[in-house]
Each structure stands twice: as C-alpha cells, then as structure tokens.
Design a protein around this ligand. Sequence first.
Ligand code: NDP
Length: 305
Amino acid sequence: MSADPIYTLSDLEKWSFNGTALAVLGHPIKHSISPPMHNAALAEMARTEPQFKAWRYFRFDIPPDDLPRALDLFREKKFLGLNLTVPHKTLAVKHVSKIDDAARPIGAVNTLKNTAPGWHGYNTDGYGLSAGIRETLGCNIQEQHIILLGAGGAARGAAVECRQRATPSLWIGNRTKENLDALLKDIGSSSAHPASPRGFDPHNPPVDLPTGALVINATSAGLRPTDEPPIDLSRIPRPAAVYDMIYNPPETRLLAQARSLNIPAANGLSMLIHQGARALEIWSERPVPVAIMRDAATAALNQGK
Ligand code: NDP
C-alpha cells in the first residue's frame, strides 16, 4: 500500500533526523497511506517555501502499552507533530497537556502538536467528515437529517460533529445496544441542541426515520467483501445520500446498494484527506495543497490493489 518504511519504538530510541519530523502511529500501521499523502503536500509546499524541504512524515508501529514511552520519546526527539490511529486515539487523551475544544467532547485525539508545555491534542476527524461530505456529495451536514450507523470511535466523532453543527435530527443505529446506549448517554447532555439524538436497531429500522436523510456509515461493516451491509437501504425512507467512512475497499456493499437505488453515494477517502489536510495546517500554520494530497492518497491506494 505504501513503500514507506515502518519504524518501531526501538528505531525511535536511536532516532536521529536533521529536519522537522512528523509521524503517524498506530498498531497495525501497514495500511496507512498518510506518509505519501503528507510527503507529497510537503514537497509541493517546498516549491514556494524552501523550509518545507526539511520536513518529513514517517510511520511507526507502536503497540498500545508502549504509547506513553513513545510519546515521551517523540517529544525528546523533537517531532513537531503526530497523527494517531487505531488504537491510540482515546489512549492518548490522558497524555496531552492541553486538549482542543472540538476534541474534548469526543474523548479522542487524532492530531498532536509538540508545544513548550507538552502535546496539544486535536481531533480533525469531524472536520474531515464534514468537508469530505460537502466535497463529494455537495451537502452541508448542518442542513441534513442524519442517520448515523455505528457506536465506536468514528461514530462518536461523527455524532459530536452533528451535535456541534446542530443537524435538524440525529438517528444512531448500532448492532450492539449497550454500545449504542453508552454513546447516546455520552452525547445526550454534551450540547445545547434541543432535539435529542435517538437510537435504533439497524436490523429493525423504525418507521419514523426521516425521508431525505444523509446516511453515514461509521461501522467497520464493509471492510471485508463478505460483510453484510450495516443497514438495508430499501427498508428505510429514501435517503438523500449515503456516505461510507470506509475507503478501502472503495465500494462497499452499502455503496453498491445506494448506487443501484440511484442514491448519491461516496466513500470515506475525502474524509481521510481532509482530516489530514487540517492536521498539516495545524502543524505548518499554512493553507495546504489538498488536491496534491488527494492525488497522492489515490495513487497510494491504487498501488496497494
Ligand atoms: P470501532 O472498532 O471503534 O467501532 C466499530 C463499529 O462498527 C461499532 O459500532 C461496531 O458495532 C460496528 N461493527 C463492526 N462490525 C460490524 C458488523 N459486521 N456489522 C455491523 N456493525 C459492525 O471502529 P472505528 O469507529 O474506529 O472505525 C469504524 C470505521 O470507520 C472503520 O471502517 C474505519 O476504517 C472507518 N474510519 C474511517 C476514517 C476516514 O478517515 N475515512 C476515519 C476513522 C475511521 P458493535 O458496537 O455492535 O460492535
């Protein structure tokens, strides 16, 4: 998927790099296309601002038990910024010295910036989701009734984004009721939005789901080609559009069903690109070349086929 080397904690212990280092850490990390996406953007930025020639984005496989030690070492080795992916987004929260307002209610961070007092934590996933949906489906989520599927980390970020943007309604469907109830409880009192989010069983969708909603899949159902779709679109009032956070494979069975019903549909690549672009803006304090990031991410995904 990406030719970039995968570094480990022991590489970090003896790390030496004469430039501005950025990295993504996860476990596993071999699926990540963030290095080619960010390094392409940095190369483009270096064309007009030569200091970016010395910036480089790496990837590290860090098991969760090693996260505290790794975060200390990344600071010691003067990394400017980090992206966090599974399983570190929630674990890292207790290691930041400051947390951004948008990240606090989510309880998860995907971007860290090295500042004098310590790591400053951000969550750019919600921004990436809204920007990705606007770009690919032409809709602003604050104007949409939302049917959100899932109750894990990604769904939590999406639900908080919907609450903060005061979407007209928010329906959340999840396979496991306990996880759904926990998410509803956590987000229920976190915003001034008057219309409370409502939960449902995706195998038994309620009749009062809104017509013309935006369906967002934030489950991992679809990562494997044999996965059943998280909902049968023919059993709910006709949605306006379907956004699947999964981007690999590029067409899940949910997206295939949406297309067969002539419902506009898009995969999660645009979310990945926009969350990454916002992270690079946070580190560089500059606008970043999103189109270059998109081309690099698409090329890296195609290489992995
Ligand atoms: P989590 O493991 O935290 O949550 C998984 C969710 O998927 C749970 O709600 C789980 O339901 C549900 N689920 C898993 N398998 C099935 C199934 N077979 N049928 C129905 N529901 C299922 O994962 P994340 O929230 O971190 O990630 C979810 C998805 O979002 C992943 O596919 C990930 O790749 C994608 N994602 C994409 C991003 C992007 O930039 N495009 C960014 C972040 C995530 P239950 O509670 O019942 O177990």
